[in-house]
Design a protein around this ligand. Structure first.
Ligand SMILES: Cc1cc2nc3c(=O)[nH]c(=O)nc-3n(C[C@H](O)[C@H](O)[C@H](O)COP(=O)(O)OP(=O)(O)OC[C@H]3O[C@@H](n4cnc5c(N)ncnc54)[C@H](O)[C@@H]3O)c2cc1C
Length: 264
């Protein structure tokens, strides 16, 4: 495996156009290489490219690590960052790598879905901005075309006043999500709920959002109905980590708890 470590984005894009596989923190890619699942002939390292680490207001470079998001990010994104792997993983792993892998269990995805973020993608032909719901196309699949690199995540200029992340897993740390979720609520009551690990891609639950957004001060029964609609709206599977039934139940319970935190 040959490795090229450019200092500029243009050089990296040229290497990607020649077929080189992007390597950011390596916390997903090198696991696959070590297990023999991938054998790239050429990798293009992205860590020396300062432009990819830039963070200006709502535009966060793809080379920003989870450690930085944990420290400087908006509340729910920082809460999600805090749960990614261990401190060692968070110091190396990037938000761009999380999107590149596009795992249904990626902990960074629900925040992007909940706030309607876009993903900035570049190639030697130019840049394009892809809304989150077009970026994720299936389990570990995304809208990247050959030769393209993720350059940034673009959040809306104004985020909802309250937003909370939560994750259910088999233990409290170093765990892949059984369910992960972000709930947002603004001062007018407009609410979003986005979940991971309960469908092939991150998903929103419009029926639950519409119902609870119409409740200025939700009663206990409204909160119960919100949880029921979330459980009904997710599309989990049974796999080695959990059952479909448990994920469905946990999604409703978790979403309700996060909404209650937003309302507190
Ligand atoms: C022990 C351990 C624990 C983990 N825990 C969690 C967890 O709790 N939650 C979680 O969500 N993830 C977890 N992960 C997975 C991983 O750390 C994250 O997905 C991380 O964000 C990947 O980032 P990276 O920079 O290391 O990506 P890399 O491994 O460098 O790349 C991942 C993929 O994205 C591609 N890629 C990288 N950068 C770009 C780019 N700019 N443009 C286009 N493609 C790109 C690569 O080619 C590769 O296919 C864990 C991993 C390990 C090893």
């Amino acid at each position: 495996m040959q490795a090229f470590h450019p200092k500029t984005l243009d050089e990296a894009l040229a290497a990607a156009a020649d077929g080189a596989t992007p390597l950011a923190g390596g916390t997903d890619l090198m696991v696959e290489v070590n297990f023999g699942k991938r054998r790239p002939e050429m990798v293009v390292g992205l860590r020396r490219i300062a432009e990819l680490r830039e963070w200006e207001r709502s535009r966060i470079g793809s080379g920003v690590t989870w450690r930085r998001v944990e420290r400087d990010g908006p509340r729910a994104y920082a809460q999600a960052a805090r749960t990614v792997g261990s401190p060692q993983i968070r110091n190396a792993a990037t938000i761009g790598g999380n999107l590149g892998t596009a795992s249904p269990a990626g902990d960074g995805h629900p925040f992007l879905a909940a706030v309607d973020a876009s993903i900035e993608i570049a190639s030697t032909s130019g840049r394009r901005l892809v809304p989150w719901y077009e970026f994720f196309t299936g389990p570990k699949q995304n809208a990247l075309q050959p030769g393209e690199l993720i350059t940034a995540v673009v959040l809306p200029e104004r985020l909802p006043e309250r937003h909370e992340f939560g994750k259910v897993g088999v233990r409290n740390a170093m765990v892949i999500s059984t369910v992960c979720c972000v709930v947002t609520r603004d001062t007018e009551g407009s609410t979003t709920v986005a979940l991971g690990s309960v469908g092939p891609t991150p998903i929103r639950v419009p029926a639950a959002e519409e119902m609870i957004s119409a409740e200025p001060s939700p009663s206990d029964s409204a909160l119960g109905e919100f949880a029921r609609l979330v459980s009904e709206g997710v599309r989990p599977i049974t796999d080695h980590r959990s059952t479909e039934e448990y994920r469905r139940h946990a999604a409703g319970v978790l979403a309700r708890r996060l909404l209650e935190r937003c309302l507190a």
